[in-house]
Design a protein around this ligand. Structure first.
Ligand SMILES: [Zn+2]
Length: 352
């Protein structure tokens, strides 16, 4: 089910407002057209006849059925230029959605396990970020994610491979199949990353229970929670998230597509925002879940009936939850305020 906003002024505001994207997996931005173009360039055989049949396979029933196709799509990525092209395409989309700042997840183990050198992955993505900053003015950083269905030893080996390129990523995340792989499985490697001065985030409370959010906070000591929508089942956790202003990077269309909230109208983001939690809106794996960040905003607002006040709060939360200095955040929030004034929604700033 897809929702459309009846109010053109609100739709324009959601599109135009400056925002940050803090939860996007770069491998999840691979559009079927680019998958087939790279398959041809690299002479990789795909188990799908054409772009249309690959798109048809995107009817997922849960996280695992998505991951199976996601890893098949990533198999076309072999060379530094492939990673560059993928990130370049995403960043162009982000710029057109008025994303001022993107913190991009990448899954090196998906590639190194296939024999792709770590340097090809990181250098391709990093060069795309620097070129996008130069060409379009978007701010962009990289977060290396460990695959949680693999072992902690594998994560340690991956980190060691990435350390020669330590200056090219700012943080560490944890993603892939959540259930049965609680955060504490990665306690030692996260502690080590903390000593290295890396920022820490983790997926928790998407399909997994609120207990995984507690353990991401207390055992891994992460600074943000990716997804975290199951936190609403635990009142003490909700109070802590609000009190400590721990940002949640929520992904509405992903939640709908993977049946976390089969109907967007029943998504709990409005309640979490009302409870004072610093929720943000993000696209997760936009090529697979039916929309980039602005599509997430528009459909969520159309489905839940939220208005300009919540739009302001969500955009502001995203700009303030990034791993950047306070001066930049202040400048971005000023741009946000200017946008609301320009569009005739100054009252939403005061209310927020
Ligand atoms: Zn994710």
């Amino acid at each position: 089910m897809s929702y459309r906003l009846p109010d053109p002024a609100l739709a324009a505001l959601l599109r135009d407002m400056p925002k940050a994207e803090l939860h996007v997996h770069i491998e999840g931005t691979l559009e079927p057209e680019l998958i087939f173009a790279l398959a041809e360039r690299n002479q990789v055989d795909l188990p799908y006849a054409d772009v249309a049949s690959l798109r048809e396979a995107y009817a997922f029933s849960d996280l695992q059925s998505f991951l199976d196709i996601y890893y098949a799509g990533a198999s076309v990525l072999l060379h530094e230029q492939d990673f560059y092209d993928m990130a370049r395409a995403y960043l162009a989309r982000a710029v057109s959605d008025h994303v001022l700042h993107a913190e991009i997840f990448f899954d090196p183990q998906t590639h190194t396990a296939r024999g792709v050198p770590m340097a090809s992955v990181i250098n391709g993505l990093y060069r795309a970020c620097r070129d996008a900053e130069r060409d379009w003015g978007i701010s962009c950083t990289l977060i290396l994610c460990f695959l949680r269905h693999l072992s902690e030893d594998d994560a340690f080996r991956t980190l060691a491979q990435a350390m020669p390129l330590r200056d090219r990523f700012i943080g560490i995340g944890l993603d892939s199949s959540e259930l049965g792989h609680p955060p504490e499985k990665f306690a030692r490697v996260f502690a080590h990353c903390r000593e290295l001065g890396l920022h820490l985030v983790a997926h928790a409370g998407e399909e997994g229970p609120a207990a995984y959010v507690w353990s991401a906070l207390d055992t891994l000591q992460v600074e943000r929670i990716d997804h975290g929508v199951q936190a609403h089942q635990d009142e003490a956790l909700m109070q802590r998230l609000a009190r400590e202003r721990i940002a949640l990077t929520v992904c509405p269309l992903s939640n709908q597509k993977l049946q976390v909230f089969p109907d967007l109208a029943l998504h709990n983001l409005p309640q979490m925002l009302d409870a004072g939690v610093a929720v943000t809106v993000n696209s997760d794996d936009p090529a697979y879940f039916g929309g980039y960040i602005n599509e997430n905003f528009e459909q969520l607002f159309a489905a839940t009936g939220m208005g300009p006040r919540q739009a302001y709060q969500l955009a502001r939360n995203s700009l303030e939850a990034g791993f950047v200095g306070e001066a930049r955040k202040k400048a971005w929030v000023q741009q946000l305020d200017d946008c609301f004034v320009r569009n005739g929604f100054a009252a939403a700033i005061d209310a927020g």
